[in-house]
Write a protein that binds this ligand. Structure first.
Ligand SMILES: *Cc1c(COP(=O)(O)O)cnc(C)c1O
Length: 436
């Protein structure tokens, strides 16, 4: 299996090279040359397979022979060492909880998978030169990446996050590790952070002296393993015998795009719902066919504050860049913060279940879709633990009595961060302060 650049002006590469580079030299996103179909026996027997077996079979075609079977098994076993429970709210509505990893964000799986793959490739190559993972975060990416790569040999991690726009716990998750992890607090928005990352990748003064790679979901090793969530859900829900609908709270559209990949690999799904906040580029696009990002709007579901979602080109590619074909599998709705807050309250009152603001947006999308499709079985993805958003959650559901272990020890820790205001300061860090 090889990967080509969606800009089509770069050579095709194997999985390991796509992971090390992150983005193609022509600045295109890598995309698999073909979409592997999993065999009928896989779908027929999925309920008997362990999550590690599912993961090995599903990821093997993507990694090809860049990772031997034993190492792949070791990697996925390590990456998937926590639960992915389905919690049923009522008859045909459930949530898939993706927050049981070390940073309580669904991004843990992608970040851990990428870290272990990259570690594996560097070891194989006996690489003595350091690789720098440069990443922008709107909230959860940074924490998951920092934890995933913490103390991985040969890798340095640099994280950019928008000042004042991530939650306290999210900020601590980025800034308290130290060691090979450096966090920069950027005076700007997430889109500003992402723009700086893109500029650094294009900057020869930096790339001549440092091997940079990205750990945003543009990296195939972060993007693709997310398809496993959908397979795990299918394994549990197949017996219901109903058409499945997934509602995915979406920002950069990596998660939902991975779900769509699982579908193209043979998994039956009736519809995907991309639920977004007040950053409405995609629902507007689905209506009009015009892709017109606007300024990013800050919301209480901050990890989805993205107006120009980088993975949407992959979504389009999965459907031959045909809006008609795409709309038969993708519906997109947007919700404002008031609706999100009201939903956190409703779900708490009706089910004594606490959703985080992102999950609440997902739930709203699911409800809107199910109104017209009462026969479907709906799953909304709960992408982060609500405890990471206390200022939103506590006024609605009251004070948390007991914090989960993952955050307990963060609360009193002081973080280390460096403030930067513009690209030149970031460049200075790479070229002046830390010459390699
Ligand atoms: C990153 C994130 C999202 C958005 O996921 P994408 O793959 O970027 O669409 C949603 N919810 C939470 C909690 C996140 O951290």
């Amino acid at each position: 299996m090889k990967y080509y650049s969606l800009n089509k002006k770069a050579p095709n590469v194997t999985f390991d090279e796509a992971v090390i580079r992150g983005i193609a030299p022509d600045k295109g996103l890598y995309f698999p040359e073909e979409i592997p179909k999993l065999p009928t026996t896989f779908w027929d027997t999925i309920e008997e397979l362990s999550k590690e077996e599912i993961a090995c079979m599903a990821m093997k075609p993507f990694v090809g022979d860049t990772i031997d079977d034993d190492s792949l098994k070791e990697i996925v076993t390590d990456v998937l060492s926590f639960d992915f429970p389905i919690v049923e709210m009522e008859d045909q509505v459930a949530t898939l909880e993706l927050f049981h990893g070390p940073t309580m964000a669904f991004k843990d799986v992608g970040a851990r998978f990428m870290a272990r793959c990259l570690g594996h490739f560097l070891e194989q190559r006996n690489q003595t030169e350091e690789v720098t993972v440069l990443v922008a975060t709107s909230g959860d990416t940074g924490g998951a990446v920092a934890r995933g790569f913490y103390k991985v040999l040969g890798i340095k991690v640099v994280i950019l996050y928008p000042s004042g726009k991530v939650s306290d716990i999210q900020e601590k998750q980025l800034t308290t590790l130290g060691e090979n992890i450096t966090a920069f607090e950027v005076d700007g928005t997430f889109d500003d952070c992402q723009a700086m990352v893109k500029q650094a990748f294009l900057d020869k003064d930096i790339t001549d002296i440092r091997q940079l790679t990205s750990a945003n979901s543009i990296n195939v090793a972060r993007w693709l393993p997310q398809l496993l969530y959908y397979l795990f859900a299918y394994k549990e829900l197949k017996k219901k015998g109903k058409p499945l609908v997934f509602s995915v709270p979406s920002g950069n559209f990596g998660n939902i795009c991975a779900g769509m990949m699982a579908h193209r690999m043979g998994m039956p799904v009736q519809q995907f719902v991309a639920a977004v906040n007040s950053n409405t580029t995609i629902p507007r696009f689905m209506q009009s066919g015009v892709y017109a990002p606007t300024e990013t709007v800050p919301t209480i579901s901050n990890a989805m504050d993205v107006s120009d979602p980088s993975n949407f080109v992959r979504v389009l590619r999965l459907f031959e860049n045909n809006l008609g074909t795409l709309s038969r599998k993708l519906t997109s709705y947007s919700y404002c913060d008031n609706a999100t807050r009201a939903t956190v309250r409703d779900i708490y009152e009706n089910y004594q279940y606490i959703v985080d603001p992102h999950g609440a947006v997902g739930y709203l999308g699911l409800m809107d879709y199910l109104k017209d499709h009462p026969d479907a079985y709906g799953v909304f993805l709960e992408t982060a633990h609500p405890v990471k958003f206390l200022p939103v959650i506590e006024p609605i559901v009251g004070k948390y009595q007991e914090l989960p272990d993952q955050v307990k020890n963060l609360v009193n820790k002081g973080g280390i961060t460096q403030k930067i205001a513009n690209y030149d300061e970031l460049k200075g860090y790479f070229t002046l302060l830390n010459p390699s």
